[in-house]
Ligand binder design. Structure first.
Ligand SMILES: CC(C)(COP(=O)(O)OP(=O)(O)OC[C@H]1O[C@@H](n2cnc3c(N)ncnc32)[C@H](O)[C@@H]1OP(=O)(O)O)[C@@H](O)C(=O)NCCC(=O)NCCS
Length: 290
């Protein structure tokens, strides 16, 4: 059953079938599959059984050739628990070594115990974790808090300041479930996909966030990541994103922020506890230096 090969256009129906059965059909794979096939930095692979792809994964070279980004590990539900993800993960690690890249990385939900176990089995370790928060109907959140204004900025405005301010753990920027080194090129890439928001004090960046406005057929999600030096900066950005989610009539909101603000977040007076479990949506970055 372990016939591993590069994926091709004709595998699309099998890929869509797996995606329909992943995360209640809210899988990002169909959106990116065509681009991975054309991208010279992507290595989409799958396991074929009886003429059909039953498992897939992609390795994408990012960070100017330094990182092998592991993504889209999926096994069709009828074939889970048979070791296929383990085989694919080992294959992807070998691919990364052959390219070669300096390190492999991926992010996953802290609650995805299988994914964490797979990472550990190939020698990957947790580098850092961000708390995650998801809720539907953000228009219902009336809570707002604002002490200092936020300004929209672009990558070239913030790049050096952001590095100097040491706001980003390990100088890695998290945008949705993806991670890039916060170099001028990395920030420009993230900037092309998202909006940047900052606060400054005495000319120095004291807080930063980015936001994305996903518009899928079934969901319009406001996604953000906040990095702040203090609680008031964190609250200003959080309030800004809650407001933006409401103004853009988003149907859901997904935010990431540093765990040191979890207590502040839990103490906010708005009813969120029935909507999510924070651990379920928290993100961890896994890494192995090759
Ligand atoms: C996660 C997924 C890829 C696993 O596929 P799979 O083929 O069933 O995985 P494997 O059979 O190779 O087994 C994975 C390992 O995790 C272990 N595992 C399973 N559940 C676990 C749990 N709750 N806690 C710890 N380890 C667990 C298994 O025992 C196995 O380890 P072992 O071989 O050392 O015993 C599959 O369930 C899937 O497609 N899920 C949806 C998408 C997803 O979550 N992708 C990964 C993150 S992006």
């Amino acid at each position: 059953m372990s016939n591993i090969r590069r994926l091709r256009e004709s595998d699309k129906e099998d890929i869509l079938e797996i995606a329909r059965n992943t995360w209640d059909g809210h899988d990002y794979v169909p959106k990116f599959f065509d681009s991975w096939l054309k991208d010279i930095d992507s290595y989409p692979v799958g396991i074929e059984d009886d003429g059909h792809i039953i498992a897939l994964a992609n390795l994408r070279v990012i960070d100017d050739g330094k990182t092998g980004w592991m993504e889209a590990l999926r096994v069709h539900p009828s074939y889970r628990g048979k070791g296929l993800a383990t085989i694919l993960t080992q294959h992807i690690v070998q691919l990364a070594m052959n390219i070669p890249v300096k390190r492999i990385r991926y992010t996953t939900a802290v609650s995805n115990k299988t994914s964490l176990h797979l990472a550990e089995s190939v020698g990957m370790r947790r580098k850092f974790t961000l708390a995650g928060y998801w809720q539907d109907n953000p228009t219902e959140i009336s809570w707002r808090s604002s002490s200092k204004p936020l300004f929209e900025a672009n990558a070239s405005d913030v790049c050096q300041d952001l590095i100097d301010a040491k706001l980003l753990p390990f100088n890695i920027i998290i945008c949705d479930w993806k991670a890039l080194d916060a170099t001028p090129e990395g920030l420009a890439k993230v900037d092309s996909l998202s909006q940047f928001w900052i606060q400054k004090k005495a000319g120095k960046v004291t807080s930063f966030s980015l936001s994305l406005d996903h518009d899928d057929v079934s969901d319009k999600q406001w996604t953000f990541t906040i990095y702040a030096k203090d609680v008031s900066g964190f609250l200003d950005h959080l309030s800004h994103h809650v407001k933006m989610a409401s103004e853009t009539k988003s149907t859901s909101i997904f935010g990431l922020f540093e765990p040191e603000y979890l207590e502040t977040f839990h103490n906010l007076e708005w009813d969120k506890q029935t909507k999510y479990e924070i651990e379920e949506m928290s993100l961890t970055l896994l890494e192995r230096i090759l």
